[in-house]
Write a protein that binds this ligand. Structure first.
Ligand SMILES: [Zn+2]
Length: 397
């Protein structure tokens, strides 16, 4: 790694601060800091941070570090069913990274091509078997690598109905030194607990409040619609909106079929009184539309939009849309992340790892002409502006 003959001491110092790759990718030290509301915090599992304290690294607002065994298998099956119902080809970009065809370097976050003159191709690391999202040693190492590569804070988008394990997240955060934000909520129709269909909106509100009180909770998400938004999903959206009003905790969403119900998600939250500035409507990079009509409509209402499956095969189509939105003056409302969960995308399996939004996607968009200042804002400032809230309830232990 020490290929530079420049100033190893400084490089090492930056690396120890977890800012090495970030500083290399985005020299933005002179950029003005955003301002945050008085008393605002970013609530991570181990402590509440003043948002300014997390300025030294990029913040990823939507990733997965803990999911139950079998979750991704179920996810892929339900996704295939929804794509069939919507006449979308099965392998479309609508899928998770994990659904990418095996065996190619294409899905591996731009790993350098083997066969450079004279060098024998390095063997690809073996893909670990089993659920690495429950493997403490493996995930601690992924978090440590992400931190070294410039990530300063990371949001886990799971909650109980996805089999997210808070104690596990706490341990990997502690061991790696990477602050992790835990979420609360209910995910989407196929994953709701069976009894939810009989619950009132008030009961759903009470259940989410129980989650919020059980663990230090820094976000409500990902909550979503799997296909066209269902009656129960609407109830969850309204209840989550009311939890936000009771706590100030910000909300981020999942849209299942590209763009479908995206505007209605925001309607539902606004109808109960949520200010769109505290909302990210997610997965809108999957909505491959050069006019970016829906993305713009959401931004004009004040919400963030998530291009949150970055650093892989979908980058090309998202690049054009992101550049178009940035050129139209909408960069304050853009959020990038990778929604990582697939083993093959992990660094230890030869993938781009949790930092790939910063280390794989950002260089591409920079090459497309977007300035360091704008990219610094999107990677460092927008997610902190989104996550910072003035708590209405005390953090649990
Ligand atoms: Zn997700």
């Amino acid at each position: 790694m020490q290929r530079d003959h420049g100033a190893p001491t400084r490089r090492q110092a930056l690396s120890m601060l977890g800012a090495g790759a970030a500083a290399a990718a985005l020299p933005g030290a002179a950029i003005a800091q955003p301002t945050f509301p008085r008393g605002a915090v970013i609530r991570t599992l181990l402590k509440d941070f003043a948002p300014e304290e997390l300025a030294g690294g990029a913040t990823l607002f939507h990733e997965h570090m803990s999911l139950r065994d079998g979750f991704l298998t179920d996810w892929n099956r339900y996704a295939a069913e929804a794509r069939t119902a919507n006449a979308i080809p099965g392998g479309a970009a609508a899928g998770r990274g994990g659904a990418a065809p095996a065996g190619g370097a294409a899905g591996r976050g731009g790993a350098p091509a083997a066969g450079r003159a004279g060098a024998a191709p390095a063997p690809a690391p073996a893909i670990p078997q089993g659920n690495v999202l429950a493997d403490e040693k493996f995930m601690t190492e992924e978090m440590s690598i992400a931190r070294r590569e410039g990530i300063g804070c990371i949001v886990d988008a799971g909650h109980p109905d996805m089999g997210r394990d808070v104690a596990f997240l706490r341990r990997i955060s502690q061991a790696s030194g990477l602050p992790i934000v835990a979420s609360a909520g209910f995910y989407t129709q196929p994953f709701y607990p069976k009894e939810l269909s009989g619950w009132s909106e008030q009961k759903i509100f009470d259940e989410v409040m129980k989650q919020v009180r059980a663990n230090p909770t820094g976000a409500l998400g990902e909550i979503g619609s799997w296909d066209y938004i269902t009656r129960e999903e609407r109830k969850v959206f309204r209840a989550i909106g009311k939890v936000h009003l009771a706590t100030n905790i910000p909300i981020f969403t999942h849209t299942g079929i590209p763009g479908k119900s995206a505007l209605e998600q925001l309607d539902l939250l606004e109808d109960v009184g949520v200010d769109p500035r505290h909302v990210v409507i997610g997965h809108l990079g999957n909505l491959n539309d050069p006019t970016t009509e829906i993305q713009r409509a959401i931004i004009r209402r004040g919400a963030f939009i998530g291009f949150d499956r970055q650093g892989g095969t979908g980058d090309a189509s998202v690049l054009a849309m992101a550049v178009s939105l940035i050129n139209a003056g909408y960069s304050d409302n853009l959020m990038f992340a990778s929604d990582l969960s697939s083993t093959r995308e992990m660094k230890q399996a030869g993938g781009g790892g949790y930092s790939k939004t910063l280390t794989v996607f950002v260089p591409k968009i920079k090459a497309a002409g977007v300035s360091d200042e704008v990219l610094h804002k999107i990677m460092y400032d927008n997610p902190r502006r989104f996550l910072a809230f003035v708590p209405k309830i005390a953090r649990s232990a």
